[in-house]
Design a protein around this ligand. Structure first.
Ligand SMILES: Nc1nc2c(ncn2[C@@H]2O[C@H](COP(=O)(O)OP(=O)(O)OP(=O)(O)O)[C@@H](O)[C@H]2O)c(=O)[nH]1
Ligand SMILES: [Mg+2]
Length: 319
């Protein structure tokens, strides 16, 4: 029997993932949480929201810890108002968390973008309160001694910009190498604190946003050039169909896919609607998984001219 005062303390807090676009932040979030919370793609700037996923673990002292991981958009040189808003989201996240996880991919050299971001983190973090961890990502894509080299470069980078780094952890969100270690390291930097999310909750993404994101993920696959940036997706309606037998429920989901120009609309729809059909089929599987019922997915494509640069349209799209 353990008396009062001897129970191991509960730890809780926030850690954000920051890095250049496409370095594997969202893949890392999903691996840490153990389920698909964020969409991922090989197109830069896939993430447009700061998504929170919950990681629950035991501490080495036998206590419980709740680590809230915050995924953020890839930091880049903005060309549009949307780009500026995304970078602002990252700035806000860095200011709010207990631990900043700077992600550097094993399969690419540390570059000027990484240096700018590392300098920003060094400038933003409150040294007494915020810890910084470097995660080397995509180690399975690195060759030979890429990972040790990157660790060395990361140390040099930290020294150059005056960034105090508590730990360096090599990881792969694809093979799960280093994921447990990273989770333990992040938890070790959390303060004592109360539970933050209800036990059954693993993320904070509203269902209509999750559905829109799954459609955007499917739509991103196979499109090129500027089109990935021009896509915005909004869930219009989720309605269980009436008068279905209890044993065969069906939910109607209506989703709008926005592009910025007529020419892009034609590409997204494809010849005889084939591309859109592919996107719908792919997205529907994930949506059915999320809703837990069979779904009839109605996808429409609309033009919202230059929405990435228009404050009014950005607001309407939730940015
Ligand atoms: N092989 C391998 N591929 C990875 C790994 N992590 C990410 N990827 C791939 O790299 C690409 C980018 O991954 P994301 O997780 O979307 O990257 P991100 O940093 O969140 O990108 P943005 O949201 O655009 O900033 C995707 O094609 C992933 O499948 C990894 O550890 N191993
Ligand atoms: Mg991402």
């Amino acid at each position: 029997m353990s008396g009062e005062g001897t129970a191991p303390a509960y730890r809780s807090g926030f850690a954000c993932l920051v890095g250049r676009p496409n370095v594997g932040k969202s893949t890392l979030l999903n691996a840490l949480v153990g389920e698909k919370v964020a969409i991922t793609s090989d197109k830069p700037q896939t993430t447009r929201r700061s998504i929170r996923g919950v990681v629950r673990r035991e501490t080495p002292q036998g206590g419980q810890a709740e680590l809230v991981m915050v995924d953020t958009p890839g930091v880049h040189r903005p060309k549009t108002l949307l780009g500026e808003r995304l970078n602002d989201l990252v700035r806000d996240s860095i200011a709010e968390v207990d631990v900043v996880t700077l992600c550097l991919p094993a399969d690419a050299q540390v570059g000027p973008g990484d240096r700018r971001l590392a300098a920003q983190v060094a400038e933003q973090v409150n040294r007494g309160r915020t810890k910084v961890v470097v995660a080397i990502t995509r180690t399975d894509l690195g060759r030979g001694d890429d990972t040790p080299q990157r660790l060395l470069q990361a140390q040099q980078l930290a020294t150059n910009v005056g960034l105090e780094v508590a730990d360096f952890v090599p990881t792969s969100g694809e093979t799960n190498d280093g994921i447990d270690t990273l989770a333990d390291v992040l938890v070790s930097h959390l303060p004592a604190g109360p539970p933050l999310f209800p036990l059954e909750q693993v993320h904070d993404v509203p269902i209509e946003v999750l559905i829109a994101e799954l459609v955007r993920e499917a739509a991103l696959d196979g499109v090129r050039d500027e089109l990935p940036h021009s896509l915005a997706v909004v869930t219009e309606e989720i309605v269980p169909r009436e008068e279905r037998p209890e044993s065969r429920p069906l939910t109607d989901v209506r989703v709008l896919v926005y592009v910025e120009r007529d020419s892009q609309k034609a590409i997204v729809i494809g010849k005889k609607g084939e591309r859109l059909k592919y996107v719908g089929t792919r997205a529907r599987r994930g949506i059915e998984g999320a809703l837990g019922v069979p779904v009839h997915l109605d996808l429409r494509v609309k033009v919202a001219k230059d929405w990435q640069r228009d404050p009014k349209q950005l607001r309407r799209l939730g940015f």
